[in-house]
Design a protein around this ligand. Structure first.
Ligand code: GTP
Length: 597
């Protein structure tokens, strides 16, 4: 296809503002898929994605549209992940296209992820077409939202298109805007091949599939290619476009987006953002801005039933085939036995992986407290990366500890502002900015990531009744007074409950944890002390009183079925418990003990 007839774009939106619905409509309108096939939402392929309503893997589709000017255009839509955990993937896919549709729900207005994503689009030099969605709803207020887009984002919204992705109203206007308002890609057919690796995934039939955007030159089936960052060389076995069904093509030229396979063994061998060129005639320099994805949140995953360890290993290896950004290594804990220490891009990524392990592979898991990566500066001048509080070196050899900080942007209706400020303050936040747009406030905070990884988002949602939106980016490391706090149950330290805390917050945190545990651990035949300690010093303590009565004593011996039922119930309850010394701790305690209310 000649460059003048290609348009490449992505859709940026806050979660639930209608990105997937609009994408489906565009596919349907251009006739790439029949009505019947539309029943299922096409772009969100995985179960969990649909359930959670978030797009995890970037997908793309090639559409053909006959515009009102009589010409037929190829429109490549790249579906970008909307969540902050996948910010790097978003920024790469943005660099693969020239324009964005900015979708804003006309009943809701601009939200934190709208901002984060649109800034990425602006940074990638995109032409941006604002689209106001859901105008079929009575609560839609397109004029107010138009004004808000101009005030908050600072782009012209006078030409914003009003649509309903649900009814199909305005879809043709969107297609015309893509053709006439977005620029055509540029590139040189005769230059050496330069293509960006946009995404990759594991397909059970095809192996690793790599999505590429060609910048210059031409790639053909059978070509020997070189990945410039990894240095790996392959032969292209298959070249195709997604319509959205995979359709083979002979070649891809400048401006085009498609997929290739090349007998690549694992997704790990492909790096999003890498530059693909010809082995024989490489391009002069790789595309700028490549960086490997870095896990920022770590936690331990242990099977509830230690017999499931092998099954867990298999499941993790299978998942890793498809997700290069998640890391794992074997770990053993005195209390939990064998498991894995896993690294994730963020909390949501952690939850998605844990859910998939539990549901697709049917393994019950104990998740230890999520921890960020600390930089421990030793007195001998070396620096250690600490992924697990259990590995904390002897404090007498430590000079200081640094923790990761984030810049968080929160948008919230006025009436909840006070609660949001208090929450951020309580989490050691430093206010950077506070502005208003209409009746909503935008606050920017510098916060320790450590205070956010656990339940910050849940708390934010609850204090604002769901009205706040939140987004963040990592800004760097800073030293603070950080210590490791241990929890001792019946005198024994339980590794999986160790956390890193700020010294000033340790007492409050320790007290909250032991109080929670007192409720979460059932009574035993003996007294159980629960303590929080820093080094050898106990800072909080609770005691679970001993249980004397037999649980079945109440049944008077007469009713045998009732007695049996009770015992069975008790047995089932036991399955979800772990033995720590003489004490049994229920699985749920590990997560719940860490929640702060
Ligand atoms: P994520 O994939 O979660 O990021 O969300 P999304 O932005 O893709 O939103 P999605 O398309 O899943 O739409 C969210 C909800 O809004 C769904 O329940 C849609 O049916 C609904 N919706 C989307 N567009 C419209 C519209 O134009 N009008 C109405 N009334 N509802 C819509």
């Amino acid at each position: 296809t000649d460059l003048a007839h290609i348009r490449n774009f992505s859709i940026v939106a806050h979660i639930d503002h209608g990105k997937s619905t609009l994408a489906d409509r565009l596919i349907q309108y251009t006739g790439a898929v029949s009505e019947r096939e539309m029943k299922e939402q096409l772009l969100d392929a995985m179960d969990i994605e649909r359930e959670r309503g978030i797009t995890i893997k970037a997908n793309t589709v090639r559409l053909e549209y006959r515009a009102k000017d009589g010409e037929t255009y190829v429109l490549n839509l790249i579906d970008t992940p909307g969540h902050v955990d996948f910010a790097y993937e978003v920024s790469r896919s943005m660099r693969a296209v020239e324009g964005s549709l900015l979708v804003v729900d006309a009943t809701q207005g601009v939200e934190a992820q709208t901002l984060a994503n649109v800034y990425q689009a602006i940074e990638a030099d995109h032409e941006i077409v604002p689209v106001l969605n859901k105008i079929d709803l009575p609560a839609a207020d397109p004029d107010r939202v138009r004004e808000q887009i101009e005030d908050v984002i600072g782009i012209d919204a006078s030409d914003a298109i009003e649509i309903s992705a649900k009814t199909g109203q305005g879809i043709e206007d969107v297609l015309e805007a893509i053709v006439h308002r977005l620029p055509a890609p540029r590139g040189d057919r005769d230059a050496p091949l330069k293509a960006m690796l946009v995404d990759s995934w594991y397909d059970p039939y095809l192996g690793v599939v790599v999505m590429i955007r060609v910048m210059d030159g031409i790639i053909r089936k059978g070509d020997r290619i070189l990945m410039m960052q990894t240095g790996a060389k392959y032969t292209v076995d298959k070249l195709a476009v997604l319509r959205p069904k995979m359709t083979d093509v002979a070649e891809l030229g400048p401006g085009e987006i498609g997929v290739l396979t090349a007998s690549i063994k694992q997704v790990r061998d492909t790096r999003v953002g890498d530059t693909i060129t010809h082995e024989k005639r490489p391009c002069a320099a790789p595309l700028p801005g490549f960086k490997p994805a870095q896990p920022v949140v770590f936690c331990g995953l242990f099977p509830v039933d230690s017999n499931d360890f092998e099954a867990l290993r298999d499941a993790i290896e299978k998942l890793a085939l498809n997700d290069a950004s998640f890391t794992y290594e074997m770990e053993s804990s005195a209390a939990l036995g064998f498991g894995f220490r896993c690294g994730f891009l963020g909390l949501l990524h952690l939850e998605v992986v844990r859910d998939r392990l539990e549901r697709e592979f049917d393994i019950e898991l104990i998740t230890t407290a999520p921890s960020v990566v600390y930089h421990v500066h030793m007195k001998d001048g070396t620096v250690r990366e600490l992924h697990n509080p259990a590995d904390m070196p002897d404090p007498t050899h430590i000079d200081h500890i640094e923790e990761p900080r984030i810049k968080a942007t929160i948008l919230v209706p006025d009436e909840y502002l006070g609660d949001v400020l208090k929450l951020c303050q309580d989490r050691r936040g430093i206010q950077l900015d506070l502005t208003y747009a209409g009746n909503r406030a935008m606050v920017v905070y510098d916060l320790p990531l450590n205070e956010v990884v656990f339940d910050f988002y849940d708390r934010l949602k609850s204090v604002t009744k769901g009205y706040a939106s939140f987004d963040y980016q990592l800004t760097g490391y800073r030293a603070d007074n950080l210590v490791k706090m241990q929890i001792l149950v019946n005198g024994e330290p339980v590794d999986a409950l160790s956390v890193m805390v700020h010294r000033d917050r340790a007492e409050a945190r320790g007290r909250a944890m032991v109080e929670k545990l007192k409720e979460l651990i059932p009574r035993h035949m003996f007294k159980i002390p629960i303590q929080a300690a820093i080094g050898g010093k106990v800072i909080a303590r609770e005691t679970i009183a001993a249980l004397r009565k037999d649980v079945t004593a109440k049944c008077y011996g007469g009713d045998v079925t009732r007695k049996k039922k009770l015992l069975e119930k008790q047995k089932a309850g036991k399955k979800k418990m772990r033995q720590f010394g003489k004490v049994e701790i229920p699985q749920s305690a590990f997560i719940n003990a860490l929640k702060m209310d």
